[in-house]
Each structure stands twice: as structure tokens, then as C-alpha cells.
Write a protein that binds this ligand. Structure first.
Ligand code: 3HC
Length: 312
């Protein structure tokens, strides 16, 4: 049962009015946003690691420059999102402690290894493609700072997807048979984990109903997953790649593809911390945090000195 404040709040959401940091909001709304925005930010930061592995191994200077720009963009996306989370009254140190201690999640997809150069194209095309599908609706979410961060992020994501697809066109349509095989090996490893990015099925999603009532989640997990499959299958055909799903079949009356069952046991194992690279990813983030301590202390000491000088 809603009290008067909650009814007024819900009415504002239903009227499409954005909620800003200083507005009253139910504690649950604040907590959900802190959870989702911080895990989104963690995903951006951890998401740099699989690609970083290939910056020194890129096949040409141009591909190296493109990959550097993409990884840099993701660092920026993480910072916008941590700033958006901070408007809800939580500190960045607190959020990073949750990541480093394994308490907070980040997108399951980043716990898979990048084994060959085609994986870099696959991450751009499939992973950023799925991320765009999931992030475009978030531009319209009810919380102002999150919505505005997403508008900026979505502009840069489309470049990420294009560069990934372009690299795969080079390998699959203009490359050698070995390069085509490398891309096929890559989609065999990335297709199903990309579908898992959208989260559990709607029936198993614990947050969807409330997140949709609060206009944080605009489309359901399954809806976006279906849209992603429908958009991506023709692109895979253009590349001449076979999607590793024998049940994938066009369904005329639904106007979309039917596809096979997702291995949810794998999904829950990965988000529990038992994926192929979870320990390695977390260790890399903790090491970066520890290695940067001296630098943070220097900045803080300098800020304190300047503050003291101003106060004097
Ligand atoms: N990876 C890790 N955890 C996931 C997940 C995934 N792919 N999908 C769902 N989960 C978690 C949820 O966080 C939740 O756990 P929690 O309560 O501990 O947070 C649990 O599984 C139940 O799932 P729900 O569907 O009920 O949870 P949500 O309503 O939060 O929906 C979501 C999950 C669709 C991922 C939603 O949180 C969301 O839209 N988040 C913002 C966007 C985002 O994070 N996208 C993935 C990152 S892609 C990216 O970083 C961009 C790339 O360019 C680097």
C-alpha cells in the first residue's frame, strides 16, 4: 500500500517527469538506482580489461589506435556513471570497496577470455551491440542523472559497435580462410554469453517488475534479448558466420527468430564469481587500486594543504 508521498512520486513518474537528486524519493528507488548504476559503472571499468589484453598485439597501428580510443571511452563511461551514483548519497570509495570485495556485480560477459584478435571484433559487434540494445532505453529512465549519462554514453557506443563489425568484415569477407575460421571460433565462444548479458528470463528476474514500475527498466530482459537476436542474425549471415544455435529459426507469425535454451546454470555460476576469468579480473582491479594508493594520497595531501592555505 502506497502512502501519500509514494503516490505523488509515482504520479510524477507516470507523467514522465524526471526525478532529480534533491527530489524526495522512496528509499527502495534510491537503493535500486545505486545498485544498478554502480554495477553498470563497474562493468565499464572491468570491461576495459579483456580488450586491454590486445592493445599491444593489434595487427595494425590503425587498429591499435581504434582500440585505445574505445578502452579510453569506457573509462569515461565508468566515471560518468560513478558520478551519477554519487548523486544518490553514496561515495565512490564505498562503491569501489564493494567491487573489490566481490560484493558488487559487473556484467557477466567480461569474465570470458579474449583468446584471439577476432574476439576484439566480436566484443565490439556482439557485446557492444547488446550493450547498446540495453542502454538505449535507459536514456529515457526516470532518474535525471542516469538518463543524461546514458544519452552521452550511447553516442560513443555506436562507434564501438561499428569498429568491431568493420574488423570482422575485413576478416570474414576480405580475409584468408584462417581468419574466417578464427572469427567462427570467436562467435562460437561469445554468442551465448552475449545473450546472457540481458539478464535472467523475465520469469526469473527478481527486480524487473519494480524497476519497470519505477521506469528504471523500460523494456524487459527477454524483449531486449529478442530484439538483439533479430537484429544480429542477418549481420552474422552477411559475415558468413554460423551462429552456434541449432534451434535458431525464423518464426513467421512472431516476426522474429526462435532460438535455443540458454544455459542459466553457467550464467549463475559466472555471476556468483566462478566464471573463467572472475578471479583474474578482480585481482587486476584490486592491484590497480593498490598501485594507485600513493597517487591518491598525494592528491589528497595537496588538496588539504591548499584548503589550509585558503582557510588561513
Ligand atoms: N551480469 C551480471 N549480473 C547480472 C546480469 C549480467 N549480465 N544480468 C542480471 N544480473 C544480476 C542483477 O544485477 C541482479 O543481481 P543483484 O540484485 O545482485 O544486482 C540479478 O542478476 C537479477 O537480475 P534482474 O534482471 O532481476 O536485475 P536487473 O533488473 O538489475 O536487470 C540488467 C539486469 C538488465 C543488467 C540491469 O541491471 C541493467 O540494465 N543494468 C544497466 C546496464 C548494464 O549494466 N549493462 C551491462 C553492461 S554492458 C557495458 O558495460 C557497456 C560496454 O560497452 C562496456
Amino acid at each position: 500500500e502506497m502512502d501519500a508521498d509514494e503516490r505523488t512520486f509515482q504520479q510524477r513518474l507516470d507523467d514522465g517527469i524526471k526525478i532529480e537528486p534533491k527530489d524526495w524519493m522512496p528509499e527502495g528507488y534510491r537503493k535500486t538506482l545505486i545498485r544498478q548504476i554502480s554495477q553498470h559503472a563497474h562493468s565499464e571499468i572491468v570491461g576495459q580489461l579483456p580488450e586491454a589484453n590486445w592493445i599491444t598485439r593489434a595487427p595494425t597501428l590503425e587498429r591499435k589506435a581504434i582500440l585505445l580510443a574505445k578502452v579510453q571511452d569506457e573509462a569515461g563511461h565508468g566515471l560518468y556513471l560513478y558520478c551519477a551514483a554519487e548523486t544518490l548519497g553514496v561515495s565512490r570509495d564505498e562503491l569501489l570497496e564493494q567491487l573489490h570485495s566481490g560484493k558488487a556485480k559487473y556484467s557477466s560477459i567480461f569474465n570470458y577470455p579474449t583468446l584471439n584478435w577476432a574476439d576484439v571484433g566480436m566484443i565490439g559487434w556482439l557485446v557492444d551491440g547488446a550493450a547498446i540494445m540495453n542502454q538505449v532505453p535507459l536514456q529515457r529512465c526516470s532518474y535525471g542523472p542516469y538518463s543524461r549519462a546514458m544519452i552521452r554514453i550511447c553516442k560513443e557506443e555506436s562507434f564501438h559497435q561499428r569498429q568491431g563489425y568493420d574488423a570482422l568484415v575485413k576478416m570474414c569477407r576480405e580475409g584468408t580462410p584462417e581468419q574466417k575460421e578464427m572469427a567462427q571460433d570467436s562467435i562460437n565462444r561469445w554468442w551465448w554469453p552475449a545473450l546472457m548479458m540481458f539478464g535472467p528470463s523475465d520469469a526469473d528476474s527478481v527486480h524487473s517488475a519494480q524497476s519497470m514500475a519505477w521506469k528504471i527498466k523500460i523494456n524487459s530482459n527477454d524483449e531486449l534479448r529478442q530484439k538483439f537476436v533479430d537484429q544480429t542474425v542477418p549481420q552474422a549471415e552477411y559475415l558468413g558466420l554460423t551462429i552456434p544455435d541449432p534451434d535458431l529459426k525464423w518464426n513467421e507469425e512472431k516476426g522474429g527468430y526462435d532460438f535455443g535454451a540458454i544455459d542459466w546454470a553457467e550464467f549463475y555460476e559466472v555471476i556468483k564469481g566462478n566464471g573463467p576469468c572472475n578471479r583474474e579480473r578482480l585481482a587486476a582491479r584490486v592491484k590497480a587500486w593498490d598501485d594507485g594508493a600513493w597517487y591518491r594520497e598525494g592528491l589528497l595531501a595537496h588538496a588539504r594543504k591548499k584548503q589550509a592555505a585558503r582557510a588561513a
